[in-house]
Ligand binder design. Structure first.
Ligand code: OX2
Length: 833
């Protein structure tokens, strides 16, 4: 085993001293061979880091040039720009993306090879930029890629967190959180110390009359924190357009106050102020689909909205246009309600600072904003307590009250005989304490509101926002079904498949017009094509098997059916349903005769995902998965028939390895709970099939690819409410299959049953809110159909190829064009050299 091919080096974390240690254990006759081998095959961590830095800086230089040109061109033509405000941008790695978008990955590969490096090893040196939790943040990142690729003049605005989403470690089956400090020598950001904005907090409002006798409000006193811009270039694919992502970092304002403190010898308190200021952009809140109303989070939101709005207004004012033209120059999209304060801030700037009349200002505001809702889950809907807002942003609270007053007056006029509607639609919830309902404020302050998949947008109109449809009419509400960028999720993640498709279609044009994939369908019966297709899947499964080996120590057989569920851990996403299904399968195998076992389709159940640190039930689910894994994987009786894997620290770069390697992936949320889902699209685009519920974008995926190519199961969204109601009134029977699973858990088969009692009780005793028991039988039998289908290799391949051919709809290029046409009214800026 000492003759590995020259360029097949994989970095294993070995340094010179480790090599020496290994050397001592090599038998004498082989020592010489080992020395030669290690000298050639191992490179120190420093050398890999240097190779990464060198490559990254070379590409960065190219990007800077196009980035400057793009900005100059956009300023010169002075057409309408889009601003995408998102608290999360889950970017992942940048180098591979830059190489592919610039079209020079092959050149880089050759260059690195000459230096003795494999490009994959160099790429994998990069730390993920993980400024997001899950789908919402990754969607923002895919949008930036499509905006640049389609040449839209667009900026992203976000926060430059010092710590991104935590790193997950699994210790004795439990999730542990480790801080993700990612900023050290990050070549992809450019500090712009000259671009700063002072942001005010607290203080009070003074009313007075100006020289014309007009009543004006001024916000005075309080604290000031400085926002500093950090810019990240966003290259488009196959275009010179390189857009900007501006991330704000907080620091103590360099105003005289601090100097006074320093000079007065109050060093400690000056340092404390500084730390306080820096805290604002220090950490990403690690909750997905959950809002917890923490003051620091509200500070983050205002800090980022105010800095971004100041920047946008400053840019607009340079054009010297009339304020009425603001909405013709600026479209601002709110990624969920997190940036809703931007609505209030723009109104404040226009009336308090620029001196516009309320109505004129409000007309500009509503024409400027669009609001995207991503969820109907009640625990994710943002509400801020009135006393909190009053204290932190006194002037904004006044403006919110005025917005609400004018809104309710108009509703009252429209529905003079309906007293109840006023309480229902009021921005202020009359609770104790009173709460500001951010979604309502976002609707009232925007000209368009959209959901992210058809079912989701329909649910918004018929349930959550029904009253607003009655008030504004149906046209304010629309649907824009999510997508993913095929550059990262097909071309970069699965280069072999991308190149096979390109061979068949005569080029890579499908990467910028994904509907061209439909031309693949004529090859579905082509034997050789099928063989190549299958070979690529095997190769990708091998790549994942290696990752699994390296990270968990478990060996999995790549011939097995790879069954994957990777996403944030959440009860509504139902990883508990999956692991109960795995236990059910395990028990079944244990009860089989040797003859029966021969018919079992070997399977690897792969899980991955983070739980919010305070979400105990989600952490319990992770614990159960890991305990089941250690029982099942060490049961020699079962062997390859079943393996259970939990991949630690699921992130974007791991997703790029996992998505291309699945045979089937699980998108099994309780019907009506998942806004859209986007990994479902990534898996199908890479030739994996889906087991899923009729939820989110699964429904549209089914419509596109055909129901013979997807495994759907479970209750429908329209039946969920009734089932919950019945459970609530005691009408509940635990599914018999699930009862067996619970018995095994209670018999301590997977460790101390007490550890999992809350999980089983949530189903058996507390109403089974997520309908795990109701869907269990359907889930298990559908998995049996998956097994049967997988054995028929040819049929399976036909499903896989047909599905990929029909996925053209799910590119974020289509999504962005829809936003541009129906919400933003912006045009691409043609690129000239
Ligand atoms: C997620 C939704 O849960 C998911 O269904 C959707 O695909 C994604 O957003 C992108 O639209 N936080 N994360 C989401 O919603 C919220 C709130």
């Amino acid at each position: 085993g000492f003759s590995r091919p020259k360029h097949k080096r994989t970095f294993t974390g070995f340094g010179p001293s480790e090599i020496k240690n290994v050397e001592a254990s090599i038998p004498e006759p082989l020592r010489e061979a080992w020395r030669k081998y290690s000298a050639r095959e191992f490179t120190t961590k420093e050398e890999f880091e240097a190779a990464y830095s060198g490559t990254a800086l070379a590409f960065r230089d190219r990007l800077i040039i196009e980035w400057n040109r793009t900005q100059q061109r956009q300023t010169f033509t002075d057409q309408k720009r889009v601003y995408y405000l998102s608290l999360e941008f889950l970017m992942g790695r940048a180098l591979d993306n830059a190489m592919l978008n610039v079209g020079m990955k092959d050149a880089a590969r050759e260059g690195l090879k000459d230096l003795g490096f494999r490009i994959e090893d160099v790429i994998s040196q990069e730390h993920d930029a993980a400024l997001g939790n899950g789908g919402l943040g990754r969607l923002a990142a895919c949008f930036l890629d499509s905006l640049a690729t389609l040449n839209y003049p667009a900026w992203g605005y976000g926060l430059r967190y010092r710590y991104g989403i935590f790193k997950q470690e699994i210790v004795n089956g439990y999730q542990m959180e480790v801080p993700d400090y990612w900023l050290d020598n990050n070549p992809w950001e450019f500090p712009r110390h000259e671009i700063t904005v002072d942001i005010q907090f607290y203080g009070h409002v003074k009313k007075h009359q100006d020289e014309n006798g007009k009543l004006v409000h001024s916000w005075e006193g309080g604290d000031v924190v400085q926002a500093v811009a950090y810019d990240v270039p966003i290259p488009g694919y196959g275009t010179k357009t390189t857009n900007n992502l501006r991330l704000w970092s907080s620091k103590a304002s360099s105003g005289e106050f601090d100097f006074q403190k320093f000079n007065a010898g109050d060093y400690e308190s000056a340092v404390a102020d500084q730390q306080n200021a820096e805290t604002i952009s220090a950490v990403l809140y690690p909750n997905d689909n959950l809002e917890r109303g923490k003051e620091l989070r509200l500070k983050q939101q205002y800090f980022w909205c105010a800095a971004s709005l100041f920047d946008i207004v400053r840019r607009f004012k340079k054009t010297k246009r009339a304020w009425s033209e603001f909405p013709d120059q600026v479209a601002i999209q709110l990624n969920d309600t997190h940036p809703t304060l931007a609505i209030v801030e723009l109104q404040r700037i226009l009336i308090d600072i620029e001196g516009l009349e309320w109505d004129e200002a409000w007309n500009i505001v509503t024409k400027t904003f669009g609001y995207t809702n991503h969820t109907v889950l009640p625990e994710a809907l943002e509400k801020w307590s009135v006393p909190l807002v009053q204290n932190l942003l006194p002037r904004h609270l006044q403006i919110i009250y005025d917005i609400n007053l004018f809104f309710l007056q108009s509703v009252e006029k429209q529905f003079p005989n309906d007293r109840e509607i006023l309480a229902r639609v009021s921005i202020i919830e009359e609770s104790h304490p009173k709460m500001v309902r951010m979604a309502y404020l976002a609707i009232i302050g925007s000209h368009k509101v959209n959901g992210v998949a058809e079912l989701h947008s329909d649910l918004l109109k018929t349930t959550l926002f029904k009253d607003f449809v009655d008030i504004y009419g149906p046209d304010r509400f629309t649907n824009v079904t999510n997508g993913v960028t095929p550059r990262r999720w097909l071309h970069q993640a699965n280069p072999a498949l991308s190149s096979l498709i390109a061979q068949k279609l005569g080029g890579h044009e499908f990467l910028t017009d994904l509907t061209l994939l439909d031309k693949l369908e004529v090859f579905v019966d082509d034997k050789e094509f099928r063989r190549q297709w299958a070979e690529i899947k095997s190769h990708n499964k091998l790549r994942l098997a290696k990752l699994i080996k390296e990270t968990t120590g478990y060996t999995v057989n790549p011939e097995s059916l790879f069954d994957v569920q990777v996403k944030r851990i959440h009860e509504y996403k139902r990883q508990q349903l999956n692991i109960f299904g795995v236990i059910h399968r395990y028990l079944k195998i244990k009860g089989m005769s040797a003859e029966e076992r021969k018919k079992v389709v070997p399977r690897v159940s792969i899980f991955g995902g983070k739980a919010a640190p305070g979400y105990w039930m989600a952490k319990t689910i992770i614990h159960l998965i890991n305990n089941v894994a250690s029982v099942v994987n060490n049961d020699s009786d079962v062997g390859d028939l079943l393996k259970v894997i939990f991949i630690e620290d699921y992130n974007v770069s791991k997703a790029e390895i996992i998505c291309p390697a699945s045979d089937i992936s699980e998108h099994i949320s309780t019907a009506g709970t998942e806004g859209s889902g986007t990994s479902n699209m990534k898996f199908v685009m890479n030739g994996g099939l889906i087991i899923g519920t009729c939820d989110g974008a699964n429904i549209e995926i089914t419509r596109e690819i055909g129901d013979q190519n997807i495994f759907l199961f479970g209750n429908l969204a329209e039946d969920v409410e009734d089932l919950r109601h019945r459970h609530f009134y005691g009408d509940f029977q635990l599914d018999p299959g699930l009862a067996k699973v619970f018995k095994a858990i209670k018999d301590n088969m997977f460790g101390d049953a007490a550890d999992f009692s809350a999980l089983t009780a949530s189903i058996e005793e507390h109403g089974d809110y997520y309908l795990v028991s109701d869907d269990f039988h359907s889930y298990v039998t559908t998995h049996e159909m998956v097994d049967e289908a997988f054995v028929n290799k040819e049929e399976w391949l036909a499903k896989s190829i047909t599905s990929v051919a029909r996925m053209g709809f799910f590119s974020t290029d289509r999504v962005i064009n829809e936003y541009a046409d129906s919400i933003w009214n912006v045009e691409p800026l043609a690129v000239k050299d």
